[in-house]
Structures are given as structure tokens and as C-alpha cells.
Design a binder for this molecule. Structure first.
Ligand code: GLU
Length: 487
């Protein structure tokens, strides 16, 4: 084995949209591995597909990693001695290598048109043969080449795959073997001169001295092609990076999570009010475990405990309920200052507050009473709206629940019990209401308090009642109960 004492691990997305759950799970494991080993995390943007990978998505990817707290040692914004770290800025390098492979005879020009390839593929399938390039242009004569050129054909550069097999030890899966019969000669450079992923990724992993490639299992089958590129580069096998292919992340229905599904985009989770530490905590458990049943872990614990040996090879299933539970725990662990800071953008965006000091003070006093109750920050606006609305009305659906005689009687009794209250504090309000409704009328708390809850907040789902009454203030509370009675 090579000297892998300085671990260099890379996260190399091709952002063709917002990063999704699978990308981030990979980024997180890359980061945790680099931090655990005291190595370096290299962040490389694989943007050779310039039509699908846009600047906007690249910026969003950078922003997402920052938001999640997954910092990198080399890459965009920070630079590094093996840059540039955007593949679109390294095109010269790839074409030089491709030329070298041609000169060495490891690669050749292939003039087959896509129609010809497709036709031959159909025949292969009819004959029950594995579809793939059949070596048509491997040994073209000078005359044949001249004919193609005369016909105006532009060649691709294709790598020659020798017969035999490629095997390597995957750190998660153990020994993996690929028969070359199923790994046909593959394209390195398109007819327009642009490099393909397989060329760029392999060249960069070598030039950037990557020691470990931790990435999704969907890329397992591209590994023998990358190893072929290393060979053509003349790299000694002890200097190949070590591979670890992370298990698939499946959806709840056992189908593969896909980019097409909106809920896989990390931007969506952010908008919903999931905290970065909750996302990281939950994704860490997708295919890895800290070794016991512990589910709430900090980033530091992840760094301390993360080893590839603890990564599972079987697919992991995404479980929204579990993520929500972890998010709720992380919200409860926030300091009031931090909770306030995170809440304000949600309240401003939904226009519950305009952001003045007085409103912020009210939010600050109200947050502790909802901190136990919410699982996502996006619930905050509807929870606190009742404190800020100017023309308070109860939606019809809820108001019909308190228009019956029994509810009206509860409201009248409640009003009478607290109208004369001198000290408008949670505890005093609760004592009065309990005495009147529970002891006095013999009602069950749920029945007794639900009517008041609707009267003052407009919804039967709301923050704790007595605290809400205190926050709303005596005058407004009584006004709302009276309004609900006159209905
Ligand atoms: N750029 C590739 C992708 O986003 C991954 C490269 C790799 O990890 O080898 O699918």
C-alpha cells in the first residue's frame, strides 16, 4: 500500500440542480473522514457538462456546504496547491492527457456515428450479447481514416480496454471484480473536444493526490474505467486512491431517491426549517452508525467516531419521521438567542412581523413556550401569528366548533373567572380557569380549554394556552373571548 498517511479525500459533485440528499450524505462522509483522520477535504466541481452544470448551481452547492458547516481545505474560494478546482478551468490538462493516451496507443480515434453505434447495439441485443462498443475503430488503416476524414467525420477519443479483468478492494464492499467483457472501450473525449467525466475524474484524482474516494454506489461500475485511465497515466498501483462506495439511499417506498423528487433537494429542507445540524445528524445515520443505538449525535461526535469500517454495505432507507424527530431535538437544544435568530427570517418572510424592536421583543418572550412543541422552524409563523394580527377573526371551520351551547357556556364562565384578575400572569390565569371550568363545571381539561384556545388564537392547534393568554395581554384576551361569545 502507498503512503496514505496524509489522507486526501474529495467531494466532487456535478451540480446539475440543487444538491440532493444523496450528494450531501456523500459530502458529509467525505468531510467526517477527512476530519477524523486529520486529513484534507478537497472540494472539486465537476462541471465539464457545461449545459447542465450552471454557475447558479455551482454557487448554490458552495453555499449549501457552508450552511451545513462542511468546510473544505482546498477548492472554490479557498484555493490550494493543486487547483484550479473547477474542471471547466482544467480542460487543457485533460486534452494533453488524451493526446498522450493516443500517442501511446492506449486510446484511438473512433469515427462511428451514433446511428451506427445504435444499429450495432440493437444487433448485439438481438443476439443476447452485452451491448457495448464492439471495437470497430480499434485497428483502422490509414486509408480508412482518410476516408472518414474525407466524409467530414469528426472522431471521438476512445480508450482501449484490454482483455482480462479489473479487481480492487473496496473499503466497504471488499474485493470487487469486473470482467472486461462487460467494460467495453469507452469515450474519453467527445467529437467537439470536450472531456467526459471518466477522463476528468481519473486525471484529477491522480493530479490532486487523492488517497480515498468515498462516493455513492452508483459510481461503483465506473471504477474499472477510472483504473484504466490511471494505468494509461503510468501511475503505480500503490498510488491509486482507495475506493469506498457508500450504500444507496432509498426512499421510504424502497425506490431510489431521485433528483426529480422535490423532497430530495437540500434547499427544500432548508426552507422547511430543518437545522443544518439535524440534517447532518440524520444523514450520518444513513449507512453509518456510531456503534450503539444513539441517534442524537453532534458534529464533534461524528468526527470522533467516524470510520469507514462502520459504514454498512446494504441500502439505507430515508425516514422523514426520524429526521423530524431529530430536528425537534435540535430545536429544543437551541439557546434562546440562537432560536430567535433562526426564527426571524421565517416570521419576516411570512409577513407575520415587519421586524421592529417591539415585535422582536414579543417574539423573544413567546419563543420559549413553543420551543417544546415544534419540529420545524416553518411552523413558527402560524404558531405566533395570533400575537400580531390586527383584525383578529376566527376562520369559519374553527368558529363553528365553538358556536354550540356547551362551548358558549364555557366561554362565558371563563370570561367571568378572569375578567377581574389583577395579576395577568400564566400561573394566576391557569388557577382561575381551572377553578371555574374543571372544578366548577366538572369539565375535562381538553374540552374546557380547547374552546378558549380557539377563541384567542383562532386555532385548536396553538402554543400552550395560559402562556398564550399572558403574552397576548389581558385586554386583547378578553376582547377575543367576548367576540367569540357574541357569535
Ligand atoms: N461528479 C460525479 C457526480 O456528481 C461524482 C464523481 C465521483 O465522486 O467520482 O455524479
Amino acid at each position: 500500500m502507498s503512503n496514505k498517511s496524509q489522507v486526501r479525500v474529495r467531494f466532487a459533485p456535478s451540480p446539475t440542480g440543487d444538491l440532493h440528499v444523496g450528494n450531501i450524505r456523500t459530502a458529509l462522509f467525505d468531510w467526517a473522514y477527512a476530519r477524523h483522520t486529520g486529513g484534507k477535504l478537497i472540494f472539486r466541481i465537476e462541471d465539464t457538462d457545461t449545459e447542465r452544470v450552471t454557475d447558479q448551481y455551482i454557487q448554490a452547492a458552495i453555499e449549501t456546504l457552508k450552511w451545513l458547516g462542511l468546510n473544505w481545505d482546498e477548492g472554490p474560494e479557498v484555493g490550494g496547491e493543486f487547483g484550479p478546482y473547477l474542471q471547466s478551468q482544467r480542460l487543457e490538462i485533460y486534452s494533453e492527457w488524451a493526446q498522450k493516451f493516443l500517442d501511446q496507443g492506449d486510446a484511438y480515434h473512433c469515427y462511428c456515428s451514433s446511428e451506427e453505434l445504435e444499429q450495432r447495439r440493437q444487433i448485439q441485443m438481438q443476439n443476447n450479447k452485452a451491448p457495448g462498443y464492439d471495437g470497430n475503430c480499434r485497428e483502422l488503416t490509414q486509408a480508412q481514416i482518410a476516408d472518414y476524414k474525407l466524409a467530414g467525420r469528426k472522431p471521438v477519443v476512445r480508450m482501449r480496454m484490454p482483455s482480462g479483468e479489473t479487481s480492487f478492494v473496496d473499503l466497504i464492499r471488499g474485493e470487487v471484480k469486473f470482467e472486461h467483457e462487460y467494460v467495453p472501450d469507452f469515450v474519453l473525449v467527445r467529437a467537439d473536444g470536450s472531456p467526459l467525466y471518466t477522463l476528468a475524474v481519473a486525471v484529477d484524482d491522480i493530479l490532486m493526490k487523492i488517497t480515498h474516494v468515498l462516493r455513492g454506489e452508483d459510481l461503483l461500475s465506473s471504477t474499472p474505467r477510472q483504473i484504466r485511465v490511471y494505468q494509461a497515466m503510468g501511475v503505480d498501483s500503490k498510488d491509486y486512491p482507495l475506493f469506498a462506495h457508500l450504500p444507496f439511499v432509498m426512499g421510504q417506498d424502497n425506490a431510489k431517491l431521485s433528483k426529480r423528487n422535490g423532497e430530495v433537494s437540500i434547499a427544500w429542507y432548508r426552507e422547511q426549517g430543518f437545522l443544518p445540524e439535524a440534517i447532518c445528524n440524520y444523514l450520518a445515520l444513513l449507512g453509518w452508525s456510531p456503534g450503539d443505538d444513539k441517534e442524537n449525535i453532534s458534529m464533534q461526535e461524528l468526527v470522533d467516531l467516524f470510520t469507514v469500517e462502520r459504514v454498512n454495505s446494504s441500502p439505507a432507507r430515508f425516514d422523514m419521521k426520524k429526521l423530524e424527530a431529530i430536528n425537534g431535538d435540535k430545536i429544543r437544544a437551541l439557546t434562546l438567542d440562537k432560536f430567535l435568530e433562526l426564527s426571524l427570517p421565517f416570521l419576516l418572510k411570512s409577513k407575520v412581523i415587519s421586524g421592529n424592536q417591539e415585535e422582536i421583543a414579543i417574539v423573544r418572550s413567546a419563543l420559549p413556550i413553543i420551543q417544546e412543541r415544534i419540529i420545524k422552524l416553518s411552523e413558527i409563523p402560524s404558531m405566533l401569528n395570533f400575537l400580531f394580527v390586527k383584525d383578529f377573526t376566527i376562520v369559519h371551520e374553527e368558529s363553528s366548533k365553538i358556536s354550540d351551547d356547551a362551548s358558549q357556556k364555557i366561554l362565558v364562565t371563563a370570561l367571568a373567572s378572569i375578567e377581574g384578575l389583577g395579576i395577568w400572569k400564566t400561573q394566576e390565569i391557569e388557577e382561575r380557569l381551572r377553578a371555574a371550568l374543571i372544578n366548577g363545571m366538572g369539565l375535562k381539561p381538553r374540552v374546557a380549554f380547547s374552546a378558549i384556545r380557539i377563541a384567542i388564537t383562532g386555532s385548536h392547534i396553538s402554543p400552550p394556552l395560559f402562556e398564550s393568554l399572558e403574552l397576548l395581554g389581558k385586554e386583547r384576551s378578553l376582547e377575543r373571548i367576548r367576540a367569540a361569545i357574541s357569535k
